[in-house]
Design a protein around this ligand. Structure first.
Ligand code: DAH
Length: 339
């Protein structure tokens, strides 16, 4: 009996199979009910009582070894044998529905991309900000109306903690830790306490730009903005700068582009003027440089800020601002082609 076990063990150790059929035949030969190992179990009854323990252990060892061997041969087949499974690798794939980018993401990426090519790098700051970064460091007087409760969301328990009302706060975040040259583009969400309507929302998106270096002029600003407008809205686009006021720039301007919906001939979007305002800009007020730890006798800068929704409206003529935040799939799917 022991000899027979020994012989079977030697056989099992050298088993080989070259196809799934051969492997199945081996399994039947050794491990099925009528297989040779099962036959040993039958013979086991006639083994004398004093040998039963030793023989029992050996039979179990043989059985385990046979199982392991057949399983390991099967694993080899699973890796190498593609003949007998029915995967057709030439079949065309099932179409997988892809999501689409949100129109505001598409437009923001496009803006950031244009300025990246001009050497601007990306900077971001927190949406929950303090009064200093949103207003103080940007040269807002203590009694400036923008600090008014009507514009700013305050956090009740911490009156100095607010939701940022513009991305200009990121200018300060960067200037306080970095010495010039600084050339950054800062996209982000901003919040204002406004009644929600087709034309206003309590949150929207801006992109801020800042360039600080030794020699920076208003001409540089104008040229960069002209290039941006033409990249964004087409080669024919004209720009015009109107004098304006912001606490953080001096001189300040607002920039219009020739209406890209009517091509400048006049339509309801441009209120028949042929021009639409797209951003605010100016030379960084020396007081702002000073407040943020940059020497205004050595450095100058320009800055600009634009609303992403406004640019998206011009590109896609979305009539109601609320569409951007309602997640209506019928609206969002319209931008599949723009992705
Ligand atoms: N922060 C301004 C706003 O929210 C936009 C702006 C205007 C940003 C002029 C600037 C700038 O950097 O120079 O209306």
């Amino acid at each position: 009996m022991l000899e027979k076990i020994q012989q079977l063990l030697a056989e099992v150790n050298t088993l080989e199979a070259h196809s799934a059929e051969e492997l199945e035949a081996l399994r039947i030969k050794y491990l099925s009910k009528k297989g040779s190992i099962s036959a040993l179990m039958n013979d086991f009854r006639s083994v004398p009582a004093e040998q039963k323990k030793e023989v029992g252990i050996k039979i179990n060892e043989l059985k385990t070894r046979a199982f392991d061997k057949i399983n390991s041969l099967r694993a080899e087949f699973a890796q190498t044998d593609t003949d007998d499974n029915d995967i057709d690798i030439t079949r065309t794939a099932y179409p997988t529905p892809l999501g689409t980018r949100h129109p505001l993401t598409i437009v923001r990426n496009e803006i950031v991309d244009i300025f990246s090519r001009l050497g601007f790098s990306l900077a971001e700051g927190p949406e929950v900000e303090d009064d200093w970064h949103v207003f103080g460091s940007m040269n807002f007087a203590d009694d400036h109306p923008a600090r008014d409760m009507q514009d700013t969301f305050f956090i009740e328990a911490r009156p100095d903690v607010i939701l940022r009302t513009h991305t200009s706060s990121v200018q300060s975040r960067v200037m306080e830790t970095t010495q010039p040259p600084i050339r950054i583009i800062c996209p982000g969400r901003v919040y204002r306490n406004e009644a929600i309507s087709a034309r206003a929302h309590c949150f929207f998106h801006q992109v801020e730009g800042l360039y600080v270096d030794r020699e920076v002029s208003f001409t540089d600003l104008k040229q960069v903005l002209l290039l941006f407008a033409r990249e964004m809205f087409g080669e024919e686009t004209q720009i015009r700068l109107r004098p304006s006021y912001f606490p953080f720039t001096e001189p300040s301007a607002e920039m219009d582009i020739s209406c890209n919906i009517c091509g400048g001939t006049g339509c309801t979007f441009c209120k028949h003027t042929g021009w639409v305002e797209i951003l605010g800009c100016g030379m960084v007020d020396p007081a702002v440089l000073q407040l943020n730890g940059i020497d205004p006798t050595k450095y100058k800068g320009y800055a600009f800020g634009m609303g992403v929704e406004r640019i998206a409206n011009l590109k896609y003529q979305v009539k109601d601002l609320r569409m951007f935040s309602e997640n209506d799939m019928r609206f969002l799917r319209e931008f599949e082609a723009a992705n």
